[in-house]
Design a binder for this molecule. Structure first.
Ligand SMILES: CC(C)(COP(=O)(O)OP(=O)(O)OC[C@H]1O[C@@H](n2cnc3c(N)ncnc32)[C@H](O)[C@@H]1OP(=O)(O)O)[C@@H](O)C(=O)NCCC(=O)NCCS
Length: 182
């Protein structure tokens, strides 16, 4: 269990299926994600089972919830490179009524603390649609910096979109985000 100021990050469990199915086919939630639905509950169940079992040693998928235990969504580290010590982060608050309340920023900071202080990663990267201003702002508050733009990299809604590449080094994160007391 990873605890932040506003959120808790825990292992994915089978019981998360019902909440996940509620948002995976909601275009407002998935608009900025790479997945292209519709996704069946059978496919989602399979994904959750694999994530919960930890089938891939280089991926860490988690569930985010409020400190009261209310489901928020999913967060994780993907493609962990144990030699070069970097990974790609991903986050989605499926419970969209909770957008803009600081949960995403706190969850990402909590994930980064885990990445740097427990997994001993050196750098975490991610990408975002360049018009996903809320996500980019939230990532900047975690120490991520834009390091490049991939022009017309994603195709959604009948047109191409630019994608920004962001990254944060362990030292930069530690300078920006203070330690939580143990
Ligand atoms: C992206 C996401 C994880 C962010 O989490 P969140 O809890 O909504 O964000 P937070 O409240 O922590 O922070 C948002 C920040 O962006 C700012 N913001 C919101 N809309 C904005 C906009 N249009 N332009 C600029 N800044 C904006 C907020 O004011 C806040 O900054 P502040 O605290 O300095 O005021 C969440 O909104 C989400 O899951 N969205 C849908 C899926 C998605 O886009 N995932 C990311 C894919 S890369």
């Amino acid at each position: 269990m990873l605890t932040g100021d506003k959120v808790r990050i825990r292992a994915i469990e089978r019981r998360d299926l019902e909440n996940a199915v509620r948002w995976i086919n909601d275009p407002e939630v998935t608009r900025y994600l790479t997945m292209a639905g519709p996704i069946s509950s059978v496919a989602e169940e399979k994904w959750i089972e694999a994530a919960a079992r930890g089938d891939s040693p280089n991926d860490r998928h988690f569930t985010m919830e409020t400190l009261d235990g209310e489901y928020l969504g999913q967060i994780g580290l993907h493609g962990i490179d144990w030699r070069h010590r970097h990974a790609t982060a991903g986050i989605v608050i499926g419970a969209k009524e909770h957008w803009g309340n600081g949960y995403g920023t706190d969850a990402m900071r909590t994930l980064l603390r885990h990445a740097f202080d427990t997994l001993n990663l050196h750098k975490v990267v991610l990408t975002a649609y360049s018009d996903n201003r809320r996500a980019i702002r939230s990532y900047e508050k975690c120490g991520y910096k834009v390091v490049g733009v991939m022009k017309e990299h994603r195709f959604t809604g009948g047109r191409y979109h630019d994608e920004v590449m962001m990254e944060v080094l362990a030292d930069e994160f530690r300078r920006l985000v203070p330690d939580r007391p143990a």
